[in-house]
Design a protein around this ligand. Structure first.
Ligand code: GLN
Length: 293
């Protein structure tokens, strides 16, 4: 544990830790550990522990922290310093303006995945059936269920641990009537026909693994990230099954890595999908590929 914080609390000197002082200390500590947004992470962590919002933090800068509060904060500061993602420490995160529980059993939702949700919404009629392949924490199916009350959704994942988190998120977001969670492998999709199949599958190639930032490489589930061979294996399997699992005019929509657009487009065309398109994210990188049966 960081020395100054430990010594200070142990000695219980007259020099107290006010909220602002701790915030500054944590910011410096995180910066020294190479964390991208040290001040923001310090604020979010403190706000979480003290059960304040960020405005509440600003209004309480002079508030002294007691020994029990410092004891709670200390291990979390240490874990963040070791690059454990903030979202795992907080235990939840926001996606599509909804709240989702996250643990190391699931990938942390990325804002980019909202592009996939948008593209699915743009193609969804008033009712239908959707399959979310590799649902993880359930963000895609749950966000879409919240927008499409007359749709039935299936969230498929190979990981039982992930499905347990997804089930909690389904409950917490009150969409249980619309979502069924199924354990299974994407190599064999449920034998039904869907109007929409969406997926944010693992797409990192083995040779790219070492370049990932520590937060991802050391803490997020490899199963959710790493795809065999060239990183395209899941797209091959999904597009190969599209013809038999999509209704006529149904869409397959997938999130991709920014260098995979051409390869995934080619796979979709080879699988006989029509109206194949690529959508960029808000930073201008190709992010979603879609094709119609
Ligand atoms: N569907 C989840 C997400 O988009 C999980 C994806 C995954 O585990 N590859 O975050």
């Amino acid at each position: 544990m960081p020395h100054s914080l430990k010594d200070q609390t142990a000695r219980d000197t007259s020099e107290t830790w006010t909220l602002l002082k701790l915030l500054r200390w944590m910011t410096d500590y995180f910066a020294g550990k190479g964390i991208d947004n040290p001040r923001l992470d310090a604020e979010l962590l403190l706000a979480h522990i003290l059960k304040l919002d960020r405005v509440g933090l600003y209004l309480n800068y002079d508030r002294p922290l007691d020994a029990a509060e410092l004891d709670t904060i200390r291990p979390l500061v240490k874990r963040r310093g070791q690059r454990e993602p903030l979202q795992y420490l907080l235990g939840s995160t926001e996606f599509w303006s909804l709240q989702f529980k996250v643990t190391p059993a699931v990938l942390i939702p990325r804002a980019d995945t909202e592009i996939l949700v948008e593209e699915a919404l743009a193609r969804a009629g008033s009712s239908g059936k959707l399959l979310d392949v590799g649902t993880g924490s359930g963000i895609i199916a749950i966000s879409l269920a919240s927008e499409l009350p007359n749709w039935q959704m299936t969230g498929l994942d190979i990981s039982e641990a992930a499905l347990e988190i997804a089930a909690e998120n389904v409950e917490n977001n009150q969409v249980a009537a619309q979502i069924q969670l199924v354990q299974g492998d994407l190599a064999e999709l449920p034998p039904q026909q869907y109007d929409l199949i969406v997926s944010n599958p693992p797409y990192i190639a083995q040779q790219e693994w070492d370049e990932l930032m520590s937060e991802v490489r050391c803490f997020e589930p490899q199963l959710a990230l790493l795809a065999e061979h060239d990183g395209l294996e899941c797209y091959r399997q999904l597009s190969g099954q599209a013809a038999s699992r999509l209704q006529s005019k149904g869409w397959l929509l997938v999130e991709i890595g920014y260098e995979q657009a051409d390869a995934v487009k080619a796979l979709f065309l080879a699988a006989g999908l029509n109206n194949v398109f690529v959508r960029e994210d808000y930073s201008g990188q190709p992010r979603v590929v879609g094709g119609q049966a």
